[in-house]
Design a protein around this ligand. Structure first.
Ligand code: NAI
Ligand code: MG
Length: 362
């Protein structure tokens, strides 16, 4: 096989929606459009049950070797009381850390058929296609000191530290500019350089990188204004690059412009390999394992399938096939097919398998 995919379906609906991706891979292999070798492992609660760890060393080694990892979702009430470092989410953190996944790609695409499900008016979101590129391994979530200290007078002090170094900003900016070139050639960099030193450095480094991409239109925007503009006029944006904290918030705002959690894919990319130039990458839906609907066969597989489409696009440069898969999603939605989470106007809803089959048929 030319390329390798490592599938980690995980827990709950993760296993149900991954099945629909496997069918698409089997089809594209059979058609000769792809030549994927597939391997499957355990991550999350299922791995804990099997090995006593959220992910085994064997599966970690496979994830590191694969050209891309396709991840379902992990977690569930069954594992609420396992030791902290073995909880299902520990698998995700380990994968992100060991694969060095510092760039989180969160698209916000509004399918015309679902425009009325948006938090905004149809004309504001119809045709919306934004990509938020969030720095994932630095900033205030990781900076030191990070502590609560007792001041001894009945008062305490909580401290988190926003830290960014040049190389961290440079590499995320390059990911974002490279992506902008494959899309609308337009980028907004969001920070708070008006009140934060790390923001001043962020802007300085991003502007330096921008000089290497003179074909991409560069815009600076203050993060708070960016939040406002996302709600006021989201279609002005194409690629938005920002730090870990602002990216967390802005991507959730953007998500709500598009409808349901069950529709949202994501990708996490690492540094290019020194020899092959290929980036480590993991693709996963934004949603979790949805224990409330697990086992019922009603989970929406679209976020999972769209995550696979992102893998085709960003890890393998299979643009036509990625367009085809995303087009099939848009097409079944236009036909009126809905899973329960995106049901509209008392329309009949379909289950996971029927939605997956309809997309595959397109
Ligand atoms: P969740 O995303 O699993 O579910 C939130 C709500 O959205 C639920 O009502 C669920 O039924 C619905 N939903 C989610 N995905 C759906 C889909 N594809 N189709 C239809 N409906 C869908 O978040 P929640 O409930 O906070 O967490 C459940 C478990 O998932 C927890 O153990 C949590 O830690 C874990 N989790 C895992 C993530 C991951 O693996 N990346 C991310 C978020 C949560
Ligand atoms: Mg969030």
């Amino acid at each position: 096989a030319t390329h390798s995919l490592f599938l980690l379906p995980g827990d709950g609906i993760g296993t149900e929606i991954m099945v629909e991706v496997e069918k698409i891979i089997a089809w594209s292999n059979a058609e000769g459009l792809t030549d994927f070798a597939i391997d499957t492992g355990l991550a999350g609660g299922c791995a804990y049950d099997a090995h006593g760890e959220a992910i085994s060393e064997d599966d970690m080694a496979k994830a590191l070797k694969a050209d891309a990892v396709i991840f379902g979702a992990v977690g569930g009430p069954k594992w609420d009381n396992v030791p902290y470092d073995k909880r299902p989410e520990a698998a995700l953190l380990r994968l992100r850390k060991d694969l060095g996944l510092f760039a989180n790609l969160r698209p916000a695409i509004c399918y015309p058929a679902l425009a009325d499900a948006s938090a905004l008016k149809r004309e504001l979101v119809e045709g919306l296609d934004i990509l938020i590129v969030r720095e994932l391994t630095g900033g205030v979530y990781f900076g030191e000191p990070k502590e609560i200290t007792d001041l001894g007078n009945g008062q305490k002090r909580g401290v988190d530290t926003q830290v960014y170094e040049t190389y961290e900003i440079d590499r995320i900016a390059r990911v974002a500019f490279d992506l902008a070139r494959t899309r609308g050639n337009k980028i907004h960099s969001a920070d708070k350089k008006n009140v934060m030193k790390s923001g001043v450095l962020w802007d300085e480094v991003v502007r330096t990188v921008a000089k290497d991409y003179s074909d991409v239109a560069f815009n600076h925007i203050l993060a708070d204004n960016c939040a406002m503009q996302l709600v006021r006029n989201p279609k002005q944006f194409d690629v938005i690059v920002t730090d870990n904290l602002f990216g967390d918030i802005l991507s959730d705002v953007a998500a709500m412009l598009t409808g349901s959690l069950g529709m949202l894919p994501s990708a996490a990319l690492g540094a290019p390999d020194a020899v092959t130039g290929k980036r480590k990458a993991m693709y996963e839906p934004v949603h979790g394992s949805a224990p409330d609907i697990a086992g019922k066969g009603i989970a929406n597989p679209i976020a999972m399938i769209a995550s696979h489409a992102m893998a085709l696009r960003y890890s393998f440069g299979m643009i036509e096939l990625a367009d085809k898969v995303e087009g099939a999603i848009a097409s079944v939605l236009a036909d009126g097919l809905r899973c329960a989470d995106i049901a509209q106007d008392n329309r009949k809803t379909v289950g996971t398998e029927e939605m997956g089959a309809a997309i595959l048929a397109k």
